[in-house]
Design a protein around this ligand. Structure first.
Ligand code: MF3
Ligand code: CO
Ligand code: CO
Length: 253
């Protein structure tokens, strides 16, 4: 079966932006250490993105004021960069979304600053493996509930908890599209994945079974989301292409 020209340009466009987002995270990662502020991370991501001919998607998205999300410790996601100074023992999720030639790529990693307890290392490792568990099952025709089931089973087995309030999404020529990709669910439930479309897999994992609390961001419809109990939360995200036989992770260098 040969792909239509439209599908070919979509795949190439998504591959290109995916690689750039991964390289942006690689670049930013080199500078991370205690003493840096989350505003400094914003500037690194913003400048690198523009230098490479892309646009930082968060800036102005639903009124979001910055170019990247930086979520520290108990912040689950959408942390707004500010003059908060990183210190040894912090964990921070850096979530980069760029637009290149009209295509969106979205990826995040959680980084450890200095030394953290073994349990915190396990939380971060579990968040990465949970994302991978959700990606490994991907293929056309799969139900979104199958992804959630794979993620949640893995996380419960590791002794941590998925955040049920956020999840992945369709992505392509828009930032957030259908289908919603939950971090929990039942096999064979939810919409099915179509070949030659892209989704993100981005489970957030909490140290404890805690509800979420939201903080308004002035002038924005987006809210910062943190754990209500103050427990730590970690997250990883990849943008993934569903092919005719499986998947391809796009946000790799
Ligand atoms: N990158 C986030 C996601 O994974 C969305 C951030 S929206 C923003 O879907 F406005 F907060 F940037
Ligand atoms: Co996303
Ligand atoms: Co993201």
């Amino acid at each position: 079966m040969s792909l239509t020209a439209k599908t070919q340009s979509f795949v190439l466009g998504m591959e290109k932006v995916g690689k750039l987002v991964s390289q942006t995270l690689d670049y930013t990662q080199r500078f991370l250490k205690a003493g840096l502020t989350t505003n400094d991370i914003n500037d690194l991501v913003h400048d690198y993105t523009l230098t490479h001919g892309a646009i930082p998607a968060p800036l102005g998205y639903e009124g979001f004021p910055k170019s990247v999300c930086t979520s520290v410790n108990d912040m689950i996601c959408h942390g707004v960069p500010r003059d908060t100074v990183l210190k040894d023992g912090d964990i921070i999720n850096v979530d980069v979304t760029s637009i290149l030639n009209g295509y969106f790529g979205d990826s995040s990693r959680t980084f450890i600053i200095g030394e953290v307890p073994a349990r915190t290392q396990q939380l971060v490792a579990t968040a990465k493996s949970a994302m991978e568990a959700g990606i490994e099952v991907l293929k056309p025709g799969l139900h979104t509930g199958d992804i959630g089931f794979a993620v949640q089973s893995f996380v419960r087995g590791a002794g941590f908890y998925v955040c049920k309030d956020i999840g992945g999404h369709g992505i392509g020529t828009v930032f957030h599209d259908d289908p919603f990709i939950p971090a929990f669910g039942k096999k064979r439930q939810g919409p099915r994945l179509s070949p030659w479309t892209c989704i993100t897999v981005e489970p957030a994992i909490n140290e404890k079974n805690s509800p979420s609390k939201e903080f308004a961001i002035p002038g924005s419809k987006i809210t910062e989301i943190a754990t209500e109990s103050g427990c730590l939360s970690a997250q990883f995200e990849h943008t993934v292409l569903i092919t005719d036989r499986g998947y391809e992770i796009l946000t790799l260098s």
